[in-house]
Design a protein around this ligand. Sequence first.
Ligand SMILES: C[S@@+](CC[C@H](N)C(=O)[O-])C[C@H]1O[C@@H](n2cnc3c(N)ncnc32)[C@H](O)[C@@H]1O
Length: 306
Amino acid sequence: MAAPDGVVGVEGAAVKQHLSCQIRPPGMKKRPQFGTRFLTDPRQVLPAQRMVGHSLQKPSRRKMFGLHLYQRQSRLQSAGLPDQEQRSEVAAFAHTDGDIPGSSAKYRIMEVGCGVGNTVFPILKTNNDPGLFVYCCDFSSTAVELVKSNPEYDPERCFAFVHDLSDVEANCPVPDGTLDVIVLIFVFSALHPDKMQASISRLARLLKPGGVILLRDYGRYDMAQLRFKKGRCLSENFYVRGDGTRVYFFTQDELHEMFTQAGLDKVQNLVDRRLQVNRGKQITMYRVWIQCKYRKAVAEPLETQG
Ligand SMILES: C[S@@+](CC[C@H](N)C(=O)[O-])C[C@H]1O[C@@H](n2cnc3c(N)ncnc32)[C@H](O)[C@@H]1O
């Protein structure tokens, strides 16, 4: 199904805006898009080249908040138990009769592992089509509360809820076969590898025919993987960070295999290798990210079905 007017292009926005979410006051000139400058002379990257694997910057408030979320996530993971708040919210929803929020929308996007809404709010801001509805979930009830308390959260256009992507038996308030787009940004890598296939297959069921999953996540040999010290490796290419959160580093083939096993077809599967440069701190960082777009087949017309 085609996107309604004004919604076209939202798939790209989800990923792009995640990386550079700037709110521009009226009249201010648009900054060049992040990541579009290509340096051809390696000597120009930094005046004094220094390869460092980590930033020395004082953490921003946003990063500090992220740390808080990670710590909470790690406490829950270590306890191996779902959060009480989380269980009651899901249970309350499960007993709700009637329409779910957004049930009359024409175009539905869901972000899984939404954190504080760094993708959701830009999507809502750049797409004013009344037919658009955005769902977002995270297994951290703190994150979901923060999304809901954001002044840009509009319950007429958005619904945030607590949900654990890896719990495929859990009740998901979004019915199967209703989503146009599912966005996964640096969340799939947090799952235990044993849970990945079932989780992606569960998400695929939520898509409409023709719906897509957009993913951006860590690729094999990203700088973060190379920096892990001995003792942090849980299994092949799967590590635990100092805060207890876990991270897997994918190859394109692994992701392709999982998406196709879930019944989805490849539209895009690429490696985004980039050199991140912090000129202020004289730091260069080699990033390896994977970006995927997989589509659920549109049902064949009746006359061609065998
Ligand atoms: C690196 S953050 C990314 C947040 C957001 N996608 C963004 O790009 O700003 C990963 C998020 O995934 C959430 N998360 C991790 N495991 C999850 C799971 N099993 N189910 C749902 N959310 C999860 C974390 O709580 C965290 O908010």
